[in-house]
Design a protein around this ligand. Structure first.
Ligand SMILES: [Zn+2]
Length: 100
């Protein structure tokens, strides 16, 4: 008996937020500097990257995130791969956190 699979859900489950990017303040903490941030699950991390936050490598298989200037449309060369913790702590070196 045939299955009826075209009963699509409006919102597919996406525990990691899927591939949607979110916008956050940039690593330098400048006012108005906005970065798009996308989570990279470990299964999709297939190369070694260098994290600009700590200058250490991000190994394949390690979940991390990628960030790029929000106003750089399609500027893939501006993308930087960060350890999640380094990105989250990016503003702690210079300024205190502005968001509350
Ligand atoms: Zn790092």
């Amino acid at each position: 008996m045939p299955r009826r699979n075209h009963h699509r859900r409006a919102e597919p489950p996406s525990p990691l937020g899927g591939s949607q990017a979110r916008v956050e303040s940039g690593p330098a903490g400048y006012d108005g500097e906005q970065y798009q941030v996308r989570q990279i699950p470990g299964a999709r991390a297939t190369k070694t990257y260098r994290c600009p936050g700590c200058d250490h490598e991000i190994r394949p298989g390690v979940a991390h995130l990628v960030a790029w200037p929000a106003d750089a449309i399609g500027g893939a060369e501006d993308r930087r791969h960060w350890h999640s913790g380094c990105w989250n702590g990016r503003g702690s070196r210079g300024i205190t956190r502005r968001w509350s």
